[in-house]
Ligand binder design. Structure first.
Ligand code: F0G
Length: 359
């Protein structure tokens, strides 16, 4: 029986590529090391010669990619001697900040949009003991307030404008390169506040510049049509989408995202809420992979661009599934059409119902 060292998170794993000192006290929950799953059934039905992989970031400790960045941001904060962090969030950042702050023994203040946050995410922030402000406004209002308040109170911002967040999140690109043995040709992901696209580009570029790989992927990022400032070319006043994670009208990493798109030769595109939900369901039903609505947009983009030929045959494509489907059970149940059959608890009734479904 071979033994291997206990996995202890992205900072320990990629210490040489991160701004971390030898004697830094690390706050980690074992984030990262998430599976890169090859799509089977969807790919077969597509009838095109491509390799599509999904990076299932929903399997991080708090169920989203935010943990990769949060381990860095909270580690940095604690080592600088700070006692409190703050963030605005559509839900996942607040869940992650709350968990890592709990682990570090510091206070997390989180600002979330009133009524527009998935239940699972709210439950997480509450359970981890964050101090929650439900603001009468959206994510963009929260972000503005956070920036204002941080210059008046001793709180460290842990949104992705904190550069340590991007440093941590870039490790997903490292993992993909390690597992593929090369960089993918295309990387597809959802685009909200634009931190993650910036982080991936940072990671791919770092391994390219030090010669670990000889290519970088084209970065293809997708927005919900009701919240698509990158498609409109300017901030959007009242963003609206069922994919509440990316219900953002004024992305903070605007310039970095455009740079990633331009330098990589990639593109931005948009999807309706119906298309987003259909892809979420497709992944769940055909591949057994449950992601949240915002995440599904990455696969929606890859599939559409492969079908249209924009992504040519022979390509290797990676899609980030940013968050777990369990984050938003309400949206999942509301769109499920599968039969829930009420039966008496007798062998006869259950057997009868099974036989009905097998004909
Ligand atoms: N997917 C999910 C599940 C998210 O939670 C987010 C962002 C994104 C995609 C977009 O990533 O902002 O780096 O472009 N969620 C943030 C939050 C805004 O507050 O949890 P991005």
């Amino acid at each position: 029986m071979p033994f291997r060292p206990r996995y202890t998170g992205v900072i320990d794993r990629y210490r040489d590529f991160l701004p971390i000192h030898e004697d830094t006290r690390i706050i980690s929950l074992g984030e990262g090391n998430t599976p890169l799953i090859r799509l089977h059934n969807i790919q077969r039905e597509l009838g095109k010669e491509v390799n599509i992989y999904v990076k299932y970031e929903g399997l991080n400790p708090t169920g989203s990619f935010k943990d990769r960045g949060m381990t860095m941001a909270i580690t940095q904060t604690v080592n600088a001697g700070n006692q409190a962090v703050i963030c605005a969030s559509t839900g996942n950042t607040s869940a992650s900040a709350a968990a890592y702050a709990a682990r570090a023994g510091i206070t997390a203040f989180v600002l979330i949009p009133d009524g527009k946050i998935a239940q699972g995410k709210l439950a997480q922030a509450m359970m981890h003991g964050a101090i929650i402000f439900q603001i009468q406004g959206n994510f963009d209002d929260g972000m503005r307030l956070v920036k204002e308040v941080a210059s008046h109170a001793p709180v460290e911002i842990v949104n992705s404008i904190n550069p340590f967040r991007l440093q941590g999140q870039k490790t997903a690109a490292f993992e993909i390169i390690e597992e593929l043995g090369r960089a993918p040709d295309y990387h597809c992901l959802p685009l909200g506040n634009a931190g993650n696209i910036s982080a991936y580009w940072l990671g791919y570029t770092q391994f390219y510049q030090i010669g670990i790989v000889t290519t970088r992927p084209r970065m293809c990022a997708y927005q919900a049509s009701g919240a698509a400032p990158f498609l409109r070319g300017h901030p959007v006043e009242n963003p609206e989408t069922i994919a509440t994670a990316i219900r953002i009208g004024n992305p903070q990493s605007w310039d970095k995202a455009w740079a990633a798109q331009r330098e990589s030769g990639g593109w931005f595109d948009e999807f309706s809420d119906e298309e987003i939900l259909a892809t979420q369901k497709l992944l769940a039903e055909r591949e057994g992979i449950f992601c949240e609505p915002a995440s599904a947009i990455a696969v929606a983009g890859a599939l559409r661009d492969v079908k249209s030929g924009k992504i040519p045959e022979g390509s290797t494509i990676t899609c980030t599934l940013t968050g777990h489907g369990l984050k938003d059970p309400d949206t999942a149940i509301r769109q499920s059409t599968g039969p829930v059959i009420k039966v008496k608890a007798t062998l006869e009734e259950v057997k009868g119902a099974i036989l009905d479904h097998l004909v």
